[in-house]
Ligand binder design. Structure first.
Ligand code: ACO
Ligand code: LMR
Length: 593
């Protein structure tokens, strides 16, 4: 059978739980892995980056809103480690199992309904996915990969020598007891080759036997250790596999719960499946069945270490081909960890040549401003149409004459003797909901109307009832008879470059309604830019959550500010060039009351 884990294993972690994520990364570091095992985190409703330590340096792990998106971007990640709650575990695990790239899922959630687990088991088998859990800490492949919190603290891992592989394949029911087993094994053999805790539910994703057979098939497994529990027939299946010759390597086994015979009535132990039901499911009966089949059974749990030692010495050490595990020392130097105060992911000036989104600036010499904006604003995720659109928008919104608020403020400021920067700032401060700063708000209602599936008329009435103006609609001088050329050019671009323009279509349908009231209530340059950019984001690789985050972050108003800065600076320089003196508004243009 193909191994599930290696030193190169890449995993997707479900639910942003910083502690187990850090524990996995600490284990990677301890084992001297070259790269962290967690390459992506999925957390519903989130996106962005999660900061964690790999050794003493910080790394950023991408966070995705959906499992499909994470798998698409990390096709080499074949392990899904789920810290989903009992409520969300079914849906998320099912989705993970159905992804082509996922080969192993490990689910820690406790209390999953049995019908849900059984359905997941069916799907996992159908899709050739190895399912570990639920209700388990998971497992560990020493030197390679650790699932979540398996094997406890770093100190405990070091003392059980779990940072390097040994020869003993271990399968337990209990996650808590697996740690105890790893310690016993480390003291009585050359250590663990892989350890899996299948979990204490009645229907584990994969059984004791399935995991034992898998470990049995690996050449580095020289012997097996199984720790079962009272209740169920899983250990009997193992005894049958020994009898039928499916398990040929030496196996030490113990079924715990022998104390149940001291009680007069049925006893339910900690795990769902650990009940003293009929006699065949008692710990004594199962230990006897295993012993009769040929497994090595100690007299009591206390003697388990000695039995492991005896079997290891007799069968493994005596083997002529036996080699000691390579003496990799654990990498412990993680003590100096200083969290950084600033995270930045778009540029770097530390090398010989500055980088924009990991690209040398010399490579930008021949590229467009749209390309540059894509790298610095979108980390290169926007498509070519998006780049061309940004370039066009920057050109079209750069200036609109000296009469508009931005230019006017800059002119007055420059004439008061202030420098270009102050004039620029003065101009920029006028950008807001009435002038040039309506793009974000326009995009918000477009997204909301689309989601709520309301008609343009219903939307207009809704706004009227609230007494609010529709951002992106209306102009001081442009009308349907005297249209805004910039809007026409933007629409032409959309028509020529986009297959689908659902946001623009909706915005134009709103305009049709508002024009019935007055002919200056056109879709203005802010509204048209917002609508078309939403259509572009939709056609790019952005998820709906990412699109909403871009809008909420204020990117669109930022685009107007960027573009208009060109014009504002122009006006400030113009006033200086024309040597214009201090401006004073004319008395006759003021109504004194
Ligand atoms: N939504 C709904 N009704 C509107 C809107 C609107 N966006 N704009 C004006 N109206 C209404 C007015 O309330 C008024 O109604 P009333 O006659 O019942 O009182 C009527 O339409 C006529 O309004 P005007 O006075 O002609 O509009 P005005 O010239 O004052 O406003 C402005 C123009 C400021 C652009 C306005 O339409 C507005 O605030 N729009 C929303 C903000 C916006 O998109 N700004 C960006 C403009 S483009 C740029 O700056 C680059
Ligand atoms: C602009 O681009 O500044 C405007 O469309 C506003 C205006 O009144 O011209």
């Amino acid at each position: 059978m193909k191994e599930l884990f290696s030193k190169q294993t890449q995993a997707i972690f479900y639910n942003l739980h910083p502690e187990p994520i850090q524990h996995m990364l600490d284990y990677d570091w301890l084992c001297r892995r070259e790269n962290p095992s967690i390459v992506a985190i999925v957390h519903k409703g989130s996106s962005g980056l999660h900061k964690a330590f790999f050794g003493s340096s910080e790394i950023l792990i991408p966070v995705y809103d959906s499992i499909a998106e994470a798998c698409k971007n990390h096709a080499r990640a074949d392990v899904f480690v789920s810290f989903a709650s009992m409520r969300s575990a079914f849906v998320s695990t099912k989705e993970a199992i159905l992804q082509d790239s996922i080969r192993t899922v490990a689910v820690t959630a406790e209390g999953m309904p049995e019908n849900q687990t059984r359905e997941l088991i069916r799907l996992a088998k159908l899709n050739n996915v190895w399912f570990i859990g639920p209700a388990t800490v998971g497992g560990i492949k020493p030197g390679s990969f650790r699932i979540g919190n398996t094997a406890g603290s770093i100190e405990s891992i070091v003392s059980a020598k779990l940072y390097r592989p040994g020869s003993v394949g271990v399968v337990t029911v209990s996650g808590g007891m697996s740690l105890e087993m790893y310690h016993i094994i480390s003291q009585n053999s050359d250590g663990v080759s892989e350890g899996i805790a299948v979990g204490g539910d009645t229907y584990p994703g994969t059984t004791l036997l399935e995991n034992l057979l898998r470990l049995h098939s690996y050449p580095q497994t020289k012997m097996l250790v199984m720790l079962g529990e009272i209740g169920g027939k899983a250990e009997i299946e193992v005894a049958e596999a020994i009898t039928s010759g499916k398990i040929t390597k030496p196996i030490v086994a113990w079924v715990s719960g022998t104390v149940a015979s001291q009680f007069n009535s049925e006893v339910q132990f900690g795990h769902a499946n650990a009940r003293s039901g009929n006699d065949q499911e008692s710990a004594q009966a199962k230990n006897t069945a295993l012993k009769n089949a040929g497994a090595y059974i100690p007299k009591s749990f206390n003697e388990l270490g000695k039995t492991i030692n005896d079997v290891f010495t007799k069968f493994v050490l005596s083997d002529k081909e036996y080699k000691e595990p390579s003496q990799i020392s654990p990498q412990l130097s993680t003590s100096f960890r200083r969290p950084t105060s600033i995270v930045s992911s778009i540029s770097d000036d530390r090398g010989a040549e500055p980088l924009y989104n990991k690209k040398e600036i010399s490579s930008f010499v021949s590229r467009s401003i749209g390309f540059l904006l894509n790298q610095l604003w979108f980390k290169g995720k926007l498509n070519k149409v998006g780049e061309d659109f940004l370039e066009l928008a920057v050109k079209l919104m750069a200036d609109h004459g000296p009469a508009v608020a931005t230019a006017h403020n800059a002119i007055v400021t420059a004439r008061a003797g202030k420098d270009v920067i102050d004039s620029l700032i003065a101009g920029l401060t006028t950008i807001g909901p009435r002038h040039g700063g309506a793009l974000d708000g326009a995009a918000k209602w477009m997204l909301s109307c689309d989601q709520r599936k309301i008609s343009p008329r219903e939307f207009i009435d809704e706004m009227k009832n609230k007494g609010e103006l529709i951002l992106g609609i209306g102009h001081k001088i442009r009308t349907s008879l005297n249209p805004d050329k910039r809007v026409l050019l933007l629409r032409k671009f959309a028509k020529q470059n986009l297959k689908a323009t659902r946001y623009l279509n909706y915005a134009l349908a709103v305009e049709q309604e508002t024009l019935k009231k007055k002919n200056n209530l056109i879709l203005n340059v802010d509204g048209a830019t917002a609508a078309i950019f939403l259509d572009i984001l939709k056609s790019s690789r952005f998820t709906q959550t990412e699109i909403e985050e871009i809008v909420d972050a204020g990117m669109l108003n930022g685009l107007f500010a960027l573009s208009r800065s060109i014009g504002i600076i122009g006006h400030a320089l113009d006033q200086k060039r024309l040597k214009q003196g201090l401006y004073r508004h004319a008395w006759d243009d003021i109504l004194y009351m």
